[in-house]
Design a protein around this ligand. Structure first.
Ligand code: SAH
Length: 211
């Protein structure tokens, strides 16, 4: 299968809805087929989530593009990702930001993604196995935080890890259906924009869902 051709077709379709050229350029370089198991590689350029084992999924490319665009990265940022999963979104962030810290709850996924990202040559990424508190407070504050799992509400523990005027992108809603929120940390009341409907696996932990 010609992955490069399939990738170009997918990115050109996504391009109808995404304006940020840096996001599209980056996604047209990253081999999504390497982030799924061999049996799913031929589906890697369909615009849909795919299973990555342990009940988790690699996110749909259009949603990945939307979330990344919403972060408005310039290349100087320190970004925190919650939910490494396959590492696909992590690779995109690594190309568009200065430093990426990614946390994953399931050690097996963290291990596989960390190894793959290293193999692909990313040196500005660290993958950690998640601890009790959501996010990764040890290296806070962050310019931007992206959560690739859905929460019942905006977790205060995550907002607390943002710099002033930093951005948090997070799906918020029920277990099965959410809306994508863009939260900007401000002095008194944080700004919240709703970017539209989405469907993510659950964010597990204190301040989110039970296992
Ligand atoms: N960006 C990933 C999406 C993976 S799905 C990709 O495209 O491949 C979301 C991931 O979030 C799952 O791997 C799940 O294990 C993880 N997750 C859920 N709750 C978490 C938490 N509290 N901290 C870190 N990771 C979490």
């Amino acid at each position: 299968m010609d992955f490069k051709k399939a990738r170009e077709r997918l990115i050109s379709r996504i391009g109808a809805e995404i304006r940020d050229k840096r996001v599209l350029d980056t996604m047209s370089r990253i081999p999504r087929e390497k982030f799924v198991t061999p049996d799913l590689q031929r589906s890697a350029y369909e615009d849909r989530p795919l299973p990555i084992g342990l009940g988790q999924t690699i996110s749909q490319p259009l949603i990945v593009a939307m979330m990344t665009e919403a972060l408005e990265l310039t290349g100087k940022e320190k970004v925190l990702e919650i939910g490494t999963g396959s590492g696909y979104q992590t690779a995109i962030l690594a190309e568009l930001a200065a430093t990426v810290i990614s946390v994953e709850r399931l050690p097996e996924l963290a291990e596989t993604a960390g190894t793959l990202l290293k193999k692909l040559g990313y040196t500005n990424v660290t993958v950690h196995v998640a601890e009790k508190t959501l996010g990764w407070p040890k290296e806070a504050p962050y310019d931007a935080i992206i959560t690739t799992a859905g929460a019942p509400k905006v977790p205060p523990d995550l907002v607390a890890q943002l710099k002033f005027k930093g951005t948090l992108i997070i799906p918020v809603g029920s277990r099965y259906l959410q809306e994508l929120f863009k939260v900007t940390r401000l002095k008194t009341k944080n700004k919240i924009q709703n970017l539209g409907g989405c469907r993510f696996v659950s964010l597990i932990g204190k301040g989110a869902w039970d296992e």
